[in-house]
Design a protein around this ligand. Structure first.
Ligand code: SF4
Length: 406
């Protein structure tokens, strides 16, 4: 199984025929590096947390550059290539040499995936047949709404009818995953039910609903809030209810959501419903403070309590997404109330020495992930999700027991 990724570069928004109104890159500033798990202890800021997180490309790579990178990767490969994924910072549908690139890749007779496209660069419905002929087998396509007027207005798609027709043609032949950022009072309610009915009718493989974020504590860490001035945002509870309602109305549709939740598995943190699996987790024997997001905290509290955690072990910060916790979130905590050892989320955007100096505590980085979010679980089965959670929580409890006060 050899899976190659083709990086076409491109800047979000700039190489997307302009910004979608809800794009979180729209007001992204050139903020200083956050620090992260990849940084060296003596230097805050590495390539990932300085550039990677902002998808900081100067523009699309030329076809020649893409081909050169691809050939270099190809030389490292042993065995047959089983899948090629096209990805980048810009939108593949807006790549100026898109048809030439697909033609070249198509001649390799390997299944092609497009990691993400808005389709805003496609003006001719015939591109769908061209893609199918060239072995495109899977695509994640931003839909927003099946109403072309809304698509034009909020995504700034100059040819919304063509894009919708392409989605329809592709869905009849290959695996199409439809992504919808949900703006309250814009594409929720009746608009959403109409869109889901259409997606069900045309036969998409899955639908991912994404809660719109508009504030720093919802994850806008690039000094880019608000994305839309005065736009209402769903609370986590409202959004969860919307997802439940959608799943109940369209039971035949594989539907999942981020940050919460996947109704097929009641994930993330589906393990809390599985006493037999929880019984396999180690017992907690140490005392630490486990820092996490405000959304994850109640789940972690419930699961760790079942493993013997004392009250107060889980400490939420005022950030809804754990992977987007920064040093500013840690600064707002009452450090005196924390244990001598603090475990932070594995992917937090924090430089460990700075976290230690801010908290005055020993800081340990926790496991990479404790569950699968809706985007990830969409492609998994329940066993896969539970295995991931069992591994994540086992690793977390081992750290608690290894570093915690007895
Ligand atoms: S297509 Fe995606 S990356 Fe491009 S502007 Fe729209 S939301 Fe942003």
């Amino acid at each position: 199984m050899v899976h190659l990724t083709i990086d076409i570069g491109g800047k979000p928004g700039k190489d997307c025929r302009g910004f979608c109104s809800y794009c979180y890159f729209k007001h992204a500033k050139d903020v200083p590096p956050f620090g992260c798990k990849y940084c060296m202890p003596f230097k805050k800021g590495c390539d990932y947390c300085t550039r990677g997180v902002k998808e900081e490309y100067t523009g699309f790579y030329s076809l020649e550059e893409v081909a050169d990178h691809f050939l270099a990767d190809l030389q490292m490969v042993t065995g047959d290539i089983t899948k090629i994924t096209i990805s980048g910072g810009g939108d593949p549908s807006c790549y100026p040499e898109f048809t030439s690139l697909i033609g070249i890749l198509g001649s390799l007779n390997v299944p092609l995936h497009i990691g993400y496209t808005s389709g805003k660069g496609f003006d001719d419905p015939g591109i769908a047949d061209f893609l199918i002929e060239n072995h495109l087998t899977e695509v994640s396509f931003t839909v927003f709404a099946s109403d072309p007027v809304l698509r034009e207005k909020y995504m700034h798609d100059p040819t919304p009818d063509a894009s919708l027709s392409i989605i329809e043609r592709l869905a009849a032949h290959i695996d199409v995953y439809a992504a919808l950022v949900i703006l309250p009072d814009v594409n929720d309610g009746e608009v959403l039910w109409n869109t889901l009915a259409w997606l069900e009718k045309i036969g998409v493989k899955g639908v991912i609903l994404m809660r719109f974020a508009n504030r720093e504590n919802q994850g806008l860490i690039l000094d880019n809030a608000p994305v839309i001035e005065n736009q209402r945002v769903h609370t986590v509870t409202e959004f969860r209810e919307l997802v439940s309602d959608a799943a109940a109305r369209f039971p035949a549709l594989r539907l999942s959501a981020t940050p919460l939740y996947d109704p097929a598995f009641d994930s993330p943190f589906a393990i809390r419903n599985e006493p037999d699996i929880l019984a396999h987790l180690p017992k907690i024997t140490g005392r630490v403070s486990v820092i996490t997001s405000s959304i994850a905290a109640p789940y972690l509290t419930e699961i760790l309590a079942k493993c013997g955690a004392p009250e107060g072990m889980v400490v939420p910060v005022d950030k809804e997404i754990a992977c987007l916790i920064t040093i500013d979130d840690l600064k707002k905590l009452d450090a005196s109330a924390l244990e001598e050892t603090v475990i932070i989320p594995g992917r937090a955007f924090v430089h460990d020495p700075e976290a230690e100096s801010v908290l005055g505590r020993m800081v340990i980085r926790g496991p990479e992930t404790l569950s699968a979010d809706g985007e990830t679980s969409m492609g998994m089965d329940l066993t896969g999700v539970l295995t991931m959670e069992l591994e994540g929580f086992t690793a977390l409890i081992q750290l608690i027991n290894q570093y915690g006060r007895k």
